[in-house]
Write a protein that binds this ligand. Structure first.
Ligand code: 2RA
Length: 348
């Protein structure tokens, strides 16, 4: 019998991409059951070329399910993932509820696939999309050079904040396009009004140095996620990490600039060789031809794209990189599906 899969949160921004990905990848699943809030129950969604009716999230919805992929808010995961696990399903959870639980592995199949087997709670966590947009490339470099410290800045797309983020940018763009706005202080803010959606400031014609909620000493939750999750995935619990997370007016595709310092001297030639051959990474880096990845070009693709590879001018042990990835695919749905496939291979 092929394992039965549940997709919990099937109607959300990531859930929608999950269904596309399940239709595109080698099909290892028997039944695929779609689960969402009672409000969405009865809707029909296409997966693997068939219309499947969405069922409401209840305990019974997990009957006969082997693997359950969750993409719902933290509170819902915290409540329902243990319910699904108690019913015998292995949960692959894309919320923040379990990522730092020592009894829950945090898995990136290209970096730490072995960790998926150590899951005493029956739950495996999927990292945050910002961590995921960088960690495959960073993990490949770490495997060769040994990472010593990390400084990163993110350029995060609005779809990281779900459908509300996308609607907010589209609405704001419609209010500012074709105008002379962006030339005097506060003119964009007045044009888009007080409702800035999930963002603290207008995001159209702007950059917003904030993602998530306030943590201690002025750090944002998103910055703490990148730090804590990178440490856990790489198995480097004391890695010095400094991150600044920034929202930019891009619909989909998170980017980061990375300053990574390693144990010994590095060369760009070796770094390029590693990145050009690492699974899940595409090196697209030709400064003479003006070639480097941008979110507008990589949206809808699976790999982590890397460009602008340089050795730090003042530190021969450090590299500078620009990385880009689709935050809804590798940043969320694809990595979740890859983890689910690792579990399915165990069950086969
Ligand atoms: C964001 N990383 O981009 C968050 C979503 N998980 O807002």
């Amino acid at each position: 019998r092929r394992p039965a899969l549940a997709v919990v949160g099937a109607t959300g921004a990531v859930g929608t991409v999950m269904l596309q990905i399940l239709s595109q990848r080698a099909d290892v699943w028997g039944e695929i059951r779609l689960i969402a809030s009672p409000r969405s129950a009865g809707r029909k969604l296409a997966v693997r070329g068939e219309e499947v009716e969405v069922v409401a999230l209840t305990e019974d919805a997990f009957d006969g399910i082997d693997v359950a992929m969750f993409d719902v808010p933290d509170e819902l995961s915290a409540r329902w993932a243990p319910v699904a696990a108690a019913k015998g399903a292995v949960v692959v959870d894309n919320s923040g509820a379990f990522r730092m639980d020592p009894e829950v592995p945090l898995v990136v199949p290209e970096v730490n696939p072995h960790a998926v087997r150590m899951r005493p709670r029956g739950i495996v966590a999927n990292p945050n999309c910002t961590t995921l947009s960088m960690i495959v490339a960073l993990g490949a470099l770490h495997a060769e050079f040994g990472l010593r410290s990390l400084v990163a800045s993110s350029y995060q797309a609005v779809s990281g904040a779900g459908r509300a983020g996308v609607q907010t940018l589209r609405r704001q763009l419609s209010l500012v396009s074709g105008t002379e706005l962006g030339t005097s202080p506060g003119d964009v803010r007045r044009a888009v009004g007080d409702d800035t959606g999930p963002f603290p400031e207008p995001v159209a014609l702007n950059v917003v140095p904030w993602a998530g909620s306030l943590r201690e000493d002025g750090w944002s939750s998103e910055e703490m996620k990148v730090r804590d999750e990178s440490r856990k995935i790489l198995g480097l619990p004391h890695l010095p990490v400094a991150v600044t997370c920034v929202r930019v007016p891009v619909l989909t595709g998170h980017s980061l600039t990375v300053h990574a310092r390693f144990e010994g001297q590095v060369t760009v030639a070796k770094a390029r060789e590693i990145l050009a051959t690492a699974p899940g990474v595409v090196l697209y880096d030709d400064p003479e031809a003006g070639e480097f990845p941008t979110p507008a070009d990589i949206v809808g693709t699976d790999p982590t794209w890397v460009g602008r590879v340089r050795r730090a001018l003042d530190d021969p042990t450090a590299l500078e990189l620009f990385v880009c990835g689709d935050n809804l695919r590798k940043g969320a749905a694809l990595n979740t599906a890859q983890i689910a496939e690792l579990v399915a291979a165990e069950l086969a």
